[in-house]
Design a protein around this ligand. Structure first.
Ligand SMILES: [Zn+2]
Length: 107
């Protein structure tokens, strides 16, 4: 299965490159979702528009592991860009980079 990366002003503002990350719960190690990380730096917040298959998470106020019920972050609006995001609590997730063969660049 191939995943398409979004190319927009948010990505451009972060150096115009992205990686696809698999996000896991740190406590129980269950895979949670795939995430498009734009640009360099640590993962301190997750933008809702970068969560792949985000449909079921749209209305959540908290980011929670469905398996072990650990709370991973809280929803807020990142004001600088007016984007819905989850602010991650410290050390609640594990991330692994997905190989590029799964990624398809959109033009
Ligand atoms: Zn968990």
């Amino acid at each position: 299965m191939k995943y398409s990366l979004k190319k927009d002003k948010f990505r451009e503002n972060r150096g115009n490159y992205s990686r696809l990350l698999q996000i896991y719960c740190r406590k129980c190690e269950k895979p949670l979702f795939l995430y498009q990380k734009d640009g360099p730096g640590n993962l301190r917040r997750l933008y809702l528009d970068r969560i792949i298959n985000k449909e079921k998470m749209k209305n959540l106020k908290m980011l929670k592991c469905e398996n072990c019920k650990e709370i991973l972050g809280t929803k807020y609006i990142y004001k600088k860009e007016n984007r819905n995001a989850f602010r991650l609590y410290q050390d609640t997730i594990i991330k692994k980079i997905r190989k590029l063969k799964y990624v398809q660049e959109n033009n």
